[in-house]
Design a protein around this ligand. Structure first.
Ligand SMILES: [Zn+2]
Length: 287
């Protein structure tokens, strides 16, 4: 079962581990993602899930947008408290050669550019932060964002493993955030532990779980919470109706003149909603 686990380690670190094999597989199937795009979009979905792990209210949402100059960019993902995630990339079918280390080349697929982060809460203006993309490997970039834009020293590791046919074998991640006042020595020890972790996706492919990963890294950690993770989109035909109405009378009249049903597509989940001429005529009355 896809889920995330949050905890505290030694009163020094806030820790979160996530597993999301089925979630990323749903994204792959919905958007018909290439192997490289599966890894890239999957990591962004997991990253959004990790950042949503601290949300208290149902109304809180986070949007991650990687606007790079790579061949699959931009990539967008949204996560909420529950933790449901949704996301896509602009060019889902583009495949890249493996990197020199024989890995899916997410960094190249994302490219150079900017990472934008929007945090939404009820009754608050959305908070937007941005940083230059560092490596495009997603985990590094999110850690850099948290350090620079939110002033929380953090480490983020993310991995997605796909098989030869593109099916997701494993998808997992970890977030470690350093509490104020933690000594340099403790941070160096943590960095060493994380360096020796190896490939997260391979570990989860061979039976690792969020709990076992945290047990291994932090023998004395305390579990705070566990939340399920799903790929879920809140789009509906009604929402697209309102979008069509907002186009205005002239646009809707033009659509009716074409005598063809109108197909709308949700970018986040690729769900299609078809509107007949009759339905468009009804919307025109409301416009
Ligand atoms: Zn949708």
């Amino acid at each position: 079962m896809d889920h995330l686990v949050t905890g505290i380690a030694d009163a020094k670190f806030r820790i979160v581990a996530i597993t999301g094999k089925d979630t990323v597989e749903v994204a792959r199937q919905r958007h018909n993602l290439s192997h490289t795009a599966t890894a890239a979009v999957g990591r962004v979905l997991l990253g959004a899930g990790l950042l949503a792990s601290s949300f208290k209210s149902k109304q809180e949402r986070i949007l991650l947008q990687f606007r790079g100059d790579g061949p699959i960019s931009p990539i967008l993902a949204v996560a909420d408290r529950n933790v449901s995630v949704k996301g896509y990339c602009e060019y889902p079918h583009v495949e890249l050669d493996l990197s020199s280390q024989g890995k899916l080349d997410v960094g190249k697929a994302v490219g150079k550019g900017m990472l934008y982060v929007v945090r939404e809460r009820d009754n608050y203006e959305p908070y937007t932060g941005s940083v230059p993309i560092q490596t495009g490997e997603i985990g590094d970039d999110l850690a850099y964002y948290l350090q620079i834009s939110e002033q929380v020293p953090s480490a983020v590791g993310l991995g997605v493993l796909v098989d030869g046919s593109g099916f997701v074998r494993s998808a997992a991640g970890i977030l470690v955030q350093v509490f104020p006042g933690v000594s340099e020595e403790d941070i160096v020890k943590l960095e060493e532990k994380l360096m020796n972790l190896g490939s997260i996706s391979h570990r989860f492919d061979t039976g690792e779980t969020p709990e076992s990963l945290l047990n291994d890294l932090f023998p004395h950690w305390n579990k705070l919470e566990e939340r399920p993770l799903t790929f879920d989109c809140d789009c509906s035909k009604d929402r697209f109706s309102r979008g069509l109405i907002s186009l205005g009378k002239d646009e809707l009249t033009d659509l009716i003149k074409k005598h063809e049903p109108v197909e709308t597509v949700c970018r986040f989940c690729n769900e299609k909603y078809l509107f007949s001429i009759k339905e468009i005529e009804e919307l025109l009355k409301k416009a």
